[in-house]
Each structure stands twice: as structure tokens, then as C-alpha cells.
Design a binder for this molecule. Structure first.
Ligand code: ZN
Length: 307
């Protein structure tokens, strides 16, 4: 982030002292602030309207360049529970938590699962020599989504000890849906004719591919890179599609689909959307689309890819 956290904290201390002095600020429900959509959605499945839920990264926006305003930072510092992802993209959150003099009740998704590092597979461009970072897109595999549900349920039970039974019941119902989806994924993989997939751009699906046992090729590692995709990278991916006789390539939400369309044109293959669930469009958000809905749509695309 561009602004310096230290300067902001000075302003925040002032803002916070006003907030504390104002009894009208008293709230009846605990405030849960979520940095991005996946945890916002998971929390609403478990807590419903028992908490006042806030989403920092607005629907329809690209979350990787997210630059919080003073108001948003104040919201975080005044939250009863903060749920963030952790890792490099959320470095600003860890800095804020570290430099603030308050003890914040915060949960990072990456602490709820076993993480794997981003990796450089053949043909992927950029940063091969860099120190590998933990991949942040932990929510993309159904197995991880189940663990995250359990971890978030625990955090909510600590926040609302009188509501434990209801919270656990909601989390159980949600977990059962995730387990059913997970079983469907496994059934698709048992009948798979192909185990290789190609992503025509950034790659936030390490956990999903890992769980499904898929071999993948992608243009760019992780998904924070704004790098232009080189012609040689596109040529490599076209080569993979031809050699493996793949029926299609994947692109992610909010993509301009340029690379996917180029590969499709060159090889005659199809293009399929795979939702990373980082964020949803304003329209989907208002329609109440959930991560589970998007993961179900992903299953249809994965089925096409593996045959
Ligand atoms: Zn990402």
C-alpha cells in the first residue's frame, strides 16, 4: 500500500478517542469486518444476522491493489472481529495490527489450513528465482473451505458465547453442503480422462489443483502479478493445449480473456470461467451469490476439462 501506516495510525488514534467518547456508538451486535468476499460469505453462512458484517473490498473491484482508506482502517481497529486472508496481499493488515497499540481480535484464513507455497511450473513466466511465498488462495479447495468453516465458527463462538448452539448448527449445515460438493468433485476426478489443465493467465488455484491431483500450466504464478503475458508464454500454453489435446482453457473472473481467446483461436479449444471467488460483481453480490454457488459452477467447468 502506498500510504504510510504510521501516519495513518496517528490520525486513527485521534479518531478512535472520539469514537470511544461517544456513547451513541454503542452497538447491540458485534461488528465483524472482512477484508474480502470469501470470508464475508463464510461468516454470513455461519452467523447470519447475529453479527454486523462488513466487507472492505467492494463488490466488482480488483482486490489485489486494495488500498484502505482512513475510514476503513478505523473500521478495522474498532472491529470486534477482523477476518483477513494473511500473506503478501494482506501485508498492510499485518503491519496495521503490529503497529497499532490495540490488541485486535483477528483471524487469518491462512492460519486455519495447511498452506503450500506458490510454485513455478514449466512455462510460467516471472520471478522463478524469488523466494517462494505461501499461496494465499486457501479457500479455493472444498477441503480447505471445510476447515475454514470450522475455524471461523470457533472464532464466532468465542465472540458470541450465548449463541454457540445456533452458530454450530449453521456451521454444520454449511459444512455438509461443502462435503457434498467435495464428494462430487471426487466423483468427477474418479472418472477423469485427462489430468492436465491450462490457465490462460494468473493462477489462484493451487489448492484446488492440489486437492484434485491436477497437473497445471499457467501464464503467471499466484495472482498479484500485473505483468504483461509474453508471446513466448502464450506460445508455450498453445503448445500444451495441442500436445495434450485439451478441449479448453480456463480464465478467471474479471479477466479481459485476451490470452484465453488467443489460445482458443490458435487451437480451436473452448474457454471456461473458473471462479477464484476473490470477489463477485455488484450484480452477483446483490443477488446474494455465495462461494458455494461459484464452486458448484466451477465443478461444471472442471468436469468439461477432465472429460
Ligand atoms: Zn489473489
Amino acid at each position: 500500500m502506498k500510504r504510510t501506516i504510521a501516519l495513518l495510525l496517528c490520525a486513527l488514534l485521534l479518531a478512535a478517542s472520539f469514537a470511544c467518547a461517544n456513547p451513541a456508538e454503542a452497538k447491540d451486535r458485534p461488528v465483524v469486518v472482512c477484508t474480502i468476499f470469501p470470508q464475508y460469505d463464510f461468516i454470513r453462512q455461519i452467523a447470519g444476522d447475529r453479527v454486523e458484517l462488513r466487507l472492505l473490498a467492494k463488490p466488482g473491484t480488483e482486490i489485489h491493489g486494495f488500498d484502505p482508506s482512513l475510514k476503513e482502517m478505523t473500521e478495522i481497529l474498532n472491529a470486534d472481529l477482523l477476518v483477513y486472508v494473511g500473506g503478501e496481499t494482506d501485508r498492510w493488515v499485518s503491519d496495521l495490527l503490529e503497529k497499532s497499540d490495540r490488541t485486535l481480535n483477528a483471524v487469518a484464513l491462512i492460519d486455519l489450513v495447511d498452506t503450500v507455497d506458490e510454485e513455478h511450473v514449466e512455462g510460467m513466466q516471472g520471478r522463478a528465482e524469488d523466494e517462494p511465498e505461501a499461496d494465499e488462495h486457501v479457500w479455493t479447495s472444498p477441503e480447505n473451505a471445510i476447515r475454514i468453516t470450522e475455524g471461523l465458527c470457533d472464532a464466532l463462538c468465542r465472540l458470541l458465547p450465548d449463541e454457540t448452539d445456533a452458530l454450530r448448527a449453521n456451521a454444520d449445515a454449511f459444512r455438509k453442503e461443502l462435503e457434498a460438493l467435495d464428494a462430487e468433485y471426487r466423483a468427477v476426478m474418479q472418472n477423469a480422462k485427462r489430468m492436465t489443465v491450462v490457465f490462460a493467465e494468473r493462477f489462484p488455484f493451487r489448492y484446488l489443483c492440489e486437492e484434485l491431483g491436477l497437473t497445471y500450466y499457467a501464464a503467471l504464478p499466484g495472482c498479484s502479478s500485473n505483468e504483461e503475458v509474453a508471446l513466448s508464454t502464450v506460445a508455450f500454453l498453445i503448445g500444451r493445449v495441442r500436445e495434450e489435446q485439451l478441449p479448453g482453457v480456463f480464465y478467471i473472473e474479471f479477466s479481459d480473456r485476451k490470452i484465453a481467446d488467443t489460445i482458443a483461436k490458435a487451437t480451436g479449444c473452448e474457454t471456461w470461467l473458473l471462479h477464484s471467488c476473490h470477489n463477485v460483481s455488484r450484480e452477483d453480490f446483490e443477488a446474494g451469490v455465495t462461494c458455494l454457488d461459484l464452486m458448484r459452477q466451477n465443478l461444471i467447468s472442471i468436469k468439461k476439462a477432465v472429460g
